[in-house]
Design a protein around this ligand. Sequence first.
Ligand code: COA
Length: 261
Amino acid sequence: MSDQPLVLREVESPLARVIINRPDKLNALNAEVIGQLAESLSALGRDDTVRVIVLTGAGDKAFVAGADIAEMAALTPEQAREFARRGQRIGTLIDELDKPVIAAIGGFALGGGCELAMMCHLRVASPTAKFGQPEVGLGLIPGFGGTQRLARLVGEGRALQMILGGQMIDAATALDWGLIDLVAQESTALEAAEALAGRLARQGPVALAACLRAVRRGLQMPLDAALEYEAALFGGIFATEDMKEGTAAFLAKRKPVFRGC
Ligand code: COA
């Protein structure tokens, strides 16, 4: 086994890059990768100099080609359930980070890779990227949130088409269906994701966190409760220095300097 970490973490404040680093196995997610990924995301969550995170895969072939089939093949039902929970917890972790996480997808995003991309707040892909939930072809079902997040992103019919058919879709179709948010035309997916990350990092971080909570948690609530939640977050923002700075800067016709408090 190589001495290289399976997940690399690079910080260039205010941005951070997390790279799944198993290119010889198309960055397939085994228990070790999932553990290191959780560790990296948690560390970046605690790092106040980091405002936006870009998640990508090493090499030019794959973002992530799925959960590790060789490792999964030997699991008992109890171990498999726990493996699914460990994968799903990455999504919970991303939700709890309170800073945007952008997936940069330069190749295959299949199975757990498509699910990992869907856990992120935004997805930027190269025109040659491919997406799919091919688990049925292995006699499996998606287990890292795919049966839930895919339907929420692209609608039930298209989700069932992908999950039951197991076929891949290209980046143009993924964009058209709402599975991804941007196709990089004049740069790599990573460069385009980092340009987007740079734009987000210039906004007020407290407001970004509140927007993420309002949209993501709000989507899990009935509309009236979600609107009340939005009003509470809106009110809370008025107690922040960033709000005072942002409005004062606009009125003084200067650029705001947000401090994240
Ligand atoms: N789990 C474990 N290993 C994987 C993997 C996965 N999900 N996806 C790819 N690999 C490994 C291959 O076994 C191969 O390893 P080897 O060189 O030791 O034999 C290596 O990564 C390269 O993959 P390979 O299949 O040779 O590349 P390819 O270009 O011919 O095909 C794919 C690319 C993505 C079409 C093909 O690898 C594939 O179908 N992967 C599985 C996708 C999948 O079903 N994911 C859902 C899992 S639940």
